[in-house]
Design a protein around this ligand. Sequence first.
Ligand code: DC
Length: 212
Amino acid sequence: MNPPAIAIDGPAASGKSTVAKLIAKELGFTFINTGAMYRAVTWYVLQQGIDPANTEAVKAILPGIPLSFGKNGAVSTVMCNGRVLAEELTLQSTNDNVSTIAAIPEVRALLVEKQREYNTAEPVVMEGRDIGTVVFPNTPYKYFVTASEEVRAARRAAQGLTDSIAERDRKDSARACAPLTMAEDAKLVDTSDMSIEQVVAHIAADIRSRMA
Ligand code: DC
């Protein structure tokens, strides 16, 4: 049996990344940002001059893709040829194309395998879109973190990022393979009127009470 896995899913800019990172810190678990993994593949595909809509060309480079998925302390990192990727992951071109790349089943299969590997030796808090539905369908700890579209757009703007979150959510929800959807047994957390501290306290208390 693997160590515990906490699944935190939700739409873009729902605050799930910040929340997941803080919950991981509080519990002493490793934080895994799976969006960064899809973003890294997207950045690499664009770097190679490949059109993300050309599914066959994307699939062809996957076996030799020089990305590796590790950790810095208790936080996941993505490396390309040994260099940690950072600003590459939030480039406008990455934002604009990540949903196209994330809809390719072979990309998802590759990354889901890497995501599960993180949990073989240690407890994790993993955030994404399909963690409760596909990556860890058997975990009892599933949270679907959301907020109204206006609140989410304001949060992105406050980060100084221009990101068409509504368009990404539409594509992420409509794709055939592992769409953004709430697992039947997930707990819904609407953060529109909650502070980050309140959300973290609420979820951490729920996990603790159920682990006790
Ligand atoms: O969490 P994020 O906004 O950084 O994610 C970027 C994109 O990656 C998102 O629009 C959809 C995709 N994604 C996914 O399909 N599945 C995941 N588990 C995480 C992200």
